[in-house]
Design a protein around this ligand. Sequence first.
Ligand code: NAD
Length: 409
Amino acid sequence: MSVALVSGSAGLIGSETSKRFHAEGFDIIGIDNDMRSRFFGPEASTAMARMQLQKSLKMYRHEDMDICDNGRIDSLFGALGRDIKVVIHTAAQPSHDWAARNPHMDFHVNALGTLNLLEATRRHCPEAIFIFTSTNKVYGDTPNHLPLVELETSYEIDPSHPYHSGIDEMMSIDQSKHSLFGVSKLAGDLLVQEYGRYFEMKTVCFRGGCLTGPAHAGTELHGFLAYLMKCTAKGLPYRVFGYKGKQVRDNIHSHDLVNAFWEFFKAPRSAEVYNIGGGRHSYCSMLQAIDACERISGRKLNWSYVEDNRLGDHVGGSVVSRSSGGIIRNGTTSTIFTGSLMKFTMLFGRPSNRSCYASPVSPSRRRGLAAKSVLYDARMLEAFPDFVAAIQRRCITSGQTQRVVLSNV
Ligand SMILES: NC(=O)c1ccc[n+]([C@@H]2O[C@H](COP(=O)([O-])OP(=O)(O)OC[C@H]3O[C@@H](n4cnc5c(N)ncnc54)[C@H](O)[C@@H]3O)[C@@H](O)[C@H]2O)c1
């Protein structure tokens, strides 16, 4: 038996991971105790996602377990032993603001929970590959000290700066304000690296910016794009904190991140670290995100501005891996993915069809198209006739390949 053990399996990244590794033939053991509803209230519960996994994945087994409960974690790993081929650790307390309210709990989940999973892996299945969802917050507010240029609706890194096209993993993680959440995640990140270096296990940290996708249970404190679109669609009030709303978010779709997990699984290394973001193709400022949600939904967002920024928030810049601009070094995974696709997905709450961004748009196919064009699968669009009608004027269909090219949706 080949087991993929997924912590946080009912969350945004965990559920996508469970589905993907299940499709690749793994038995999935999912650990999730719906802690998200304890952090953020019932609207953030991931219980529904858990039920869907149980219903739709034949080889999925759920463990309603707290990763902080070292005894139960160790027993579970002990029972499965070397059948565990990969551990994908996505469970976390994910919010800056919540961490400041309860630093002990935050550190327990993010640091100690990570240690429990690493140690259980080392004891019972040391050959298993350990994949950790870290965060770009490990760099603290250092990105804010880059030379930033204020534009009409966003902050940009000075075009002459080497990090203009993305911040790589050589940025210091030291001497900056991280927020307590940033610190607890960094503790987990360093532990994961150390188990790679010290014990020579195959471990990796993926440091994401804003992760997004249809499975996000968005709330004010976490899951900004999902929550923003929810507020726009439902007429709920939304607050923007500081930086004139020009702070930039680097968004990556859960599907693309999980693709990167898969590529790493196929060609693992020890103690690897990758920044992983959508890069220039998919980042946007708060103001731009609001504008996009309003254009897509045809509704005005009821938003207000709060002068004080969130502590530890990033102002500008996207994160990219040193390995070729956001594309994981050893694989074919493409993170070419535009904000348009993400907004589309957020609006309709449907998983996007992988074929629409499994391969980058080749230069020859892009010729004559706007710089931000993206290929979509026409079959996906058929499911949303209203949306298609709204964008038809901007579509060019290529009948043979069943694909649609959209620009600037
Ligand atoms: N979403 C983002 O924008 C973002 C950005 C950077 C990094 N990350 C990291 O990616 C990972 C996944 O994020 P996500 O957006 O999928 O989060 P999520 O909140 O959607 O999913 C996390 C899941 O873990 C579960 N969980 C939390 N604590 C647990 C515990 N002690 N025991 C068992 N289960 C527990 C929650 O119930 C939830 O279902 C996290 O490690 C997060 O820090 C997320």
